[in-house]
Design a protein around this ligand. Structure first.
Ligand SMILES: [Ca+2]
Ligand SMILES: [Ca+2]
Length: 172
């Protein structure tokens, strides 16, 4: 729901004259609710090697108040010491920051803050844990062990006809 928009007419007067003007007032919902991650934990599985800007997963949250969706900000709090990942602050999409060859597992903590404007001046935030597993990649094509071997013998079962051949007897 959009915040209400009010139009007020204001008149001022003295003993002889009066004036009139219009004031438009936008009433905004107070930021009094803390944001909430939609999932308490996330898991992502990808295969090595990671490539630059590869999307791993997307974290989602609600601000708890009206018109906050565009003003929430995501950031990685911990678990990213190697700098393998980055999160888009507005969308919550986690991507690889560079090519990464090795398999492994990462445990990230991601925090979301909602818009500023709490009457007390405090930040509202929520956090979630993210487990990212990088599995060894399957990037070797299959190879024949003996590509040049010839004269191999392959036993084949006897070939039989599926249906018996009808026999027609001559009765003359
Ligand atoms: Ca509110
Ligand atoms: Ca809020």
């Amino acid at each position: 729901m959009k915040s209400p928009f009010l139009t007020l007419g204001i008149r001022a007067k003295d003993s002889e004259h009066h004036g009139f003007t219009t004031v438009h007032v936008s009433v905004r919902d107070l930021n009094d609710n803390w944001p909430k991650m939609l999932e308490k934990s996330y898991q992502g599985t990808v295969y090595a090697p990671l490539y630059f800007m590869q999307e791993i997963l997307k974290v989602r949250a609600e601000g708890g108040d009206e018109d906050e969706t565009d003003e929430m900000r995501f950031e990685i709090q911990s678990g990213n010491d190697l700098g393998v990942f980055d999160i888009e602050p507005r969308t919550g999409v986690i991507r690889a920051t560079r090519a990464h060859e090795d398999a492994g597992e990462f445990q990230l903590i991601v925090q979301v803050t909602d818009r500023k404007g709490d009457m007390s001046g405090n930040d509202h935030y929520d956090r979630t844990g993210i487990r990212i597993r990088i599995l060894p990649g399957n990037f070797r094509k299959p190879e024949f062990k003996f590509p040049n071997r010839v004269n191999s013998t392959l036993p084949v079962l006897e070939v039989r006809r599926r249906h018996p051949i009808p026999i027609v007897l001559n009765t003359k």
